[in-house]
Design a protein around this ligand. Structure first.
Ligand code: ZN
Length: 279
């Protein structure tokens, strides 16, 4: 069925030139791409928009401009790979701002803990959607500080293609023959452990009574975090390390490349893109 559907699917709608040009101008993460790459990104984005629904939630209306920006960023990591990496996805859901997610966890004593927390983005496993807060996605474009929520969540989706998000994405026969999975695990595990040590050392320099509602404390945190090769959230677990390293790879790779050259080398082999623009 799938093949027949593909054969008879009409060509995806073309993105009007003015809309595409405006989208490119608004996203610093696409500035390093050369003209040929941008044309391929546009064609891939058109296919993405034809294949995946991007819908609003919490009263949010997704405009063409917003859908286009999300789709273009989602397509950046798979520009030289395949959209099939997003086949297992029930669309994209966009909230106006951070959304509340109910979490539950069973502790070692078997007690179930439940809590609610605001989230900027979430990639749901097992065929689920990618959920985004547009306010947070937009901040990444305005501040250009190396983070990119949309890329982050879609990288989780890629990672989930091989047995859940664990920091080891699926290696595809067509693209990744040159990657030794054992080396991937070795390099990423060593870098993750090192990064955790760096984040621990940074946190020891924070005020002992650190309060995340205190602006001075937050400024101090931001100042110390700038000394790290990437967002400290990458120390959370191997899946977050892979997602945060990928964000840095696509947006501001210099510090990551200086600290973890072998990670950047493997990400170049995985995404089949150069981290630093060759000019
Ligand atoms: Zn994440």
């Amino acid at each position: 069925m799938e093949l027949i559907r593909r054969l008879f699917r009409r060509a995806p709608p073309r993105i009007p030139g003015r809309l595409w040009a405006e989208a490119l101008d608004s996203m610093p993460c696409l500035a390093r791409l050369q003209d040929g790459d941008l044309r391929r990104l546009q064609a891939l984005t058109e296919r993405f928009l034809a294949e995946h629904a991007i819908s609003g939630a919490g009263g949010f209306a997704v405009t063409d401009e917003i859908a286009l920006r999300i789709a273009a960023q989602a397509c950046l990591p798979v520009l030289n790979l395949t959209l099939d990496l997003y086949r297992d996805m029930a669309g994209v859901i966009v909230y106006p701002s951070a959304f509340i997610v109910r979490h539950s966890e069973v502790d070692e004593a078997g007690v179930v803990h439940e809590w609610e927390a605001p989230m900027a983005g979430e990639a749901l496993d097992a065929g689920g959607a990618v959920v985004l807060s547009w306010e947070d996605a937009l901040e990444d474009h305005e501040w250009d500080d190396g983070s990119n929520l949309v890329i982050h969540e879609f990288v989780h989706k890629i990672d989930m293609g091989s047995g859940g998000a664990n920091g080891c994405p699926p290696f595809l026969a067509e693209f990744h023959q040159g990657i030794d999975p054992a080396r991937w695990t070795r390099v990423f595990t060593a870098a993750y452990e090192d990064f955790r040590r760096r984040v621990d050392a940074m946190e020891r320099r924070l005020p002992a009574d650190f309060d995340e509602d205190d602006d001075e404390h937050l400024d101090r945190y931001a100042e110390l975090a700038q000394g790290l090769p990437m967002d400290p959230y990458g120390a959370e677990n191997p899946a977050e390390f892979f997602a945060v390293a990928s964000e840095a790879f696509f947006v501001q790779p210099a510090a990551l490349a200086a600290a973890y050259g072998q990670v950047v080398e493997l990400l170049e082999q995985y995404y089949l893109q150069k981290a630093l623009r060759a000019d």
